[in-house]
Design a protein around this ligand. Sequence first.
Ligand code: NI
Ligand code: MN
Length: 225
Amino acid sequence: MKLKYFSHSAFQITTDKSKKIIIDPFIDGSPNSPVKAADIEADFIILTHAHGDHIGDAFSIAKRTKPLFICVNELANYCSSKGFNAHNMHIGGSYKFEFGRVKFTIAHHGSMTPDGTYAGEPAGVILSIDGKIIYHTGDTGLFYDMKLIGEMNEIDYMLLPIGDNFTMGITDAAKAVEFVSPKVAIPMHYNTFPVIKADPNEFKKLVESKGFKCKVMEFGEEISL
Ligand code: NI
Ligand code: MN
């Protein structure tokens, strides 16, 4: 399996069977994305919530590549109302798709589509794919239940925001890593806009000082998991 980081909270997972799962594809609006939305293929698109910097280019990618959207009920209904295929889920629920299992978690944040439609609760997502467990926290503040998530799941890769202002900043994110205890922490949601400027290497140092591993992915970098 491969994990590619576009920038912001946008990632691509390519499974061993070559299925492409895209998470929060905010691509063309991100000054840091080295790729264009027009070049992205998707079999599945997972949205953690409906803010513009997460829905991003999802619909333009979907028009071309006809993926299945996987999101919480209200947001899935919104995708369906735009003519796309969606699988409705909700927080606490998991479902086994052909590529692996998806479970939605809580996230402390908001969720409304750019056109003002209510999109349910924001979420994080735990993906069990090809023998590895990836936890993409979505946009969230720090919450103590992350400890429970870490207790009940042996997280291999935790993708979490460090940009502050809208989400956890570096100090809170490092505490989140302590709570979840992943094998590797990967920072996201930073340096896209001036207001979320943060130094990922400062986060890395702090995480490593607590005895955890951190991988700062370059924009456009792809790693094998
Ligand atoms: Ni957001
Ligand atoms: Mn965001």
